[in-house]
Design a protein around this ligand. Structure first.
Ligand code: SF4
Length: 222
């Protein structure tokens, strides 16, 4: 079974609750969405068998977990599942970075995932249609494991979208932490002020949240 892999590399997690952890990254090719702020639209890939992915991971030591990322890794569900299984058999911890839309695919692989880093796409951030029902179903399945939700906040992000997302989190699993990530392409004082007001709204709505900017670009790391 061949999968399309854009890159495999060793680095430091640059986003979310595991910011700064050493990870191995397996970036799978392709995505089912088209977000306005996307910075990972790669057009190259190599074909791998799942065991070839894990053979490459075995060349490294001293890392926290293996981040299966994309694109959207669940788009290649069968290949992902086999790679996750083999990774787990090696004793590695599996971290899945996902856009939070492919619920049936997640259900099929969740047993082999340790941590889910789930995006929640706010329509006023992404310029796409709302995905609330899809995200709600996805978060229910992801909640079988450790999960946190990441939302990109842009200057155009509307408060009503944030409140909708927080209501959804509260309905599904009150203990899920919301990571508010400022859009790194727009960083200025106005966005900083918006971030702080959004963090206050999270607090008022009873959802634990934190503001964590993307580290890669600021630190100049991959
Ligand atoms: S889900 Fe992620 S990879 Fe896909 S278009 Fe959006 S930002 Fe890019």
């Amino acid at each position: 079974m061949l999968g399309r892999v854009s890159e495999i590399f060793h680095s430091v997690q640059g986003e979310g609750l595991y910011l700064g952890e050493k990870q191995l990254f397996v970036r799978l090719f392709g995505c089912n969405l088209n977000c306005r702020f996307c910075d990972t639209k790669l057009n190259r890939f190599m074909e791998y068998e799942p065991h070839e992915v894990v053979d490459e991971l075995k060349l490294y030591d001293d890392f926290h977990s293996v981040s299966f990322t994309g694109g959207e890794p669940l788009l290649q569900k069968d290949f992902l599942k086999e790679s996750l299984k083999l990774s787990q058999q090696q004793g590695f911890k599996n971290y899945l970075e996902t856009n939070g839309t492919l619920t049936a695919e997640l259900e099929d692989v969740i047993d082999f995932v340790d941590i889910v880093a789930m995006d929640m796409k706010l329509p006023s951030s992404t310029d796409m249609d709302q995905l609330w029902d899809v995200h709600q179903r996805f978060l229910k399945v992801a909640s079988k494991k450790e999960v946190f939700v990441k939302m990109i906040i842009c200057k155009a992000t509307q408060e009503k979208c944030l409140r909708e997302a927080l209501g959804l989190i509260r309905n599904v699993n009150k203990s899920v932490i919301a990571v508010l990530q400022p859009n790194s392409f727009e960083h200025d004082d106005a966005l900083d002020a918006l971030m702080e007001s959004f963090r206050d709204i999270c607090y008022a709505e009873g959802v634990t949240s934190c503001i964590i900017p993307q580290m890669h670009k600021a630190a100049g790391i991959r």
